[in-house]
Design a protein around this ligand. Structure first.
Ligand code: NAP
Length: 256
């Protein structure tokens, strides 16, 4: 199926690693002009050779001024924005008992703040293109995880904002959807596993609880759904939360 993404200018936040990198690669393969915003420049070296169509902009998205500046730079270079994937995020483990009010607010800013900042500054261009937006959430905002109040509050807000923006932007035909992963094999996930005494054992335990094929989701499996939502093949889909999680959130995890 042709997704009609060729030459579309699509921004991916946190596109240098993990899920964002898989999304960026898939976009390049579809011929999109792929604009990555990340703290690291690693991606450019790792994208396929046909990647003249990928571009990286360095910015720390936790600052709204940085979001504004990088958006201006992107528009100056490419003249338009056809899509935005809000993906950058970090499960920073700011809990209730062992956290603090200051760290909680910081975590909200780090994980949800830039979704708003990027949308706010991209909006005039998305209005011109009738663009599509995909927000990456997390199953933790539905299931809870323990010891991570800041991250789950941010991810919950992202799901609510997906609905809120889908409604507010109806007059402009801008579609806004969310993709919700559960357990995905990425550098962030590896770092989390390394926090356990026996990471391999922990990985086995987690995999056993994922109903479909008892394995982690591959970043490419998230990317494929994101591209579908960005494309005009989903032209009447908005305000939706799509769980790409091997059934983790909704199916009975006690089945063997
Ligand atoms: P990852 O492997 O850590 O990749 C995230 C990328 O975003 C990294 O390159 C990171 O840079 C960058 N980044 C983070 N914060 C940034 C900021 N403030 N400014 C600029 N760049 C920033 O993470 P991932 O596992 O792919 O996760 C991507 C998204 O999926 C996140 O929103 C996460 O919450 C969500 N998610 C992941 C899983 C999972 O199992 N992996 C599950 C549920 C939800 P640095 O590495 O330099 O920090």
């Amino acid at each position: 199926m042709d997704l009609h993404l060729k030459d579309k200018v699509i921004i991916v936040t946190g596109g240098a690693r993990g899920i964002g990198k898989a999304i960026s690669k898939a976009l390049v393969e579809e011929g999109a002009i792929t604009v990555i915003i990340d703290k690291s420049e690693e991606t450019v070296k790792t994208l396929p050779d046909s990647s003249q169509k990928s571009h990286i902009f360095k910015a720390d998205l936790t600052s709204y001024n940085a979001c504004k500046d990088v958006l201006n730079e992107i528009v100056e270079e490419f003249g338009r924005v056809d899509g935005l994937v809000n993906n950058a995020g970090f499960n920073d483990g700011i809990g209730l008992e062992h956290g603090s009010p200051e760290k909680f607010i910081q975590s909200l800013n780090n994980n949800a703040g830039h979704y708003y900042y990027m949308m706010h500054y991209a909006l005039p261009y998305l209005k011109e293109s009738k663009g599509s937006v995909v927000n990456i959430g997390s199953k933790t905002s539905i299931t809870g995880q323990g010891n991570t109040s800041g991250y789950v509050a941010a991810k919950g807000a992202i799901l609510s904002l997906t609905r809120e923006w889908a409604v507010e932007l109806l007059p402009y035909s801008i579609r806004v959807n969310a993709v919700i992963p559960a357990e995905v094999a990425t550098p962030l996930y590896d770092a989390w596993l390394k926090g356990f005494a026996d990471p391999q054992e922990k990985l086995k335990q987690v995999s056993k609880k994922i109903p479909l094929e008892n394995r982690l989701t591959k970043p490419e499996e998230i990317a494929n759904t994101v591209l579908f939502l960005l494309s005009d093949r989903t032209s009447h889909t908005t305000g939706q939360w799509l769980f790409v999680d091997g059934g983790y959130t909704h199916l009975d995890r006690s089945i063997s």
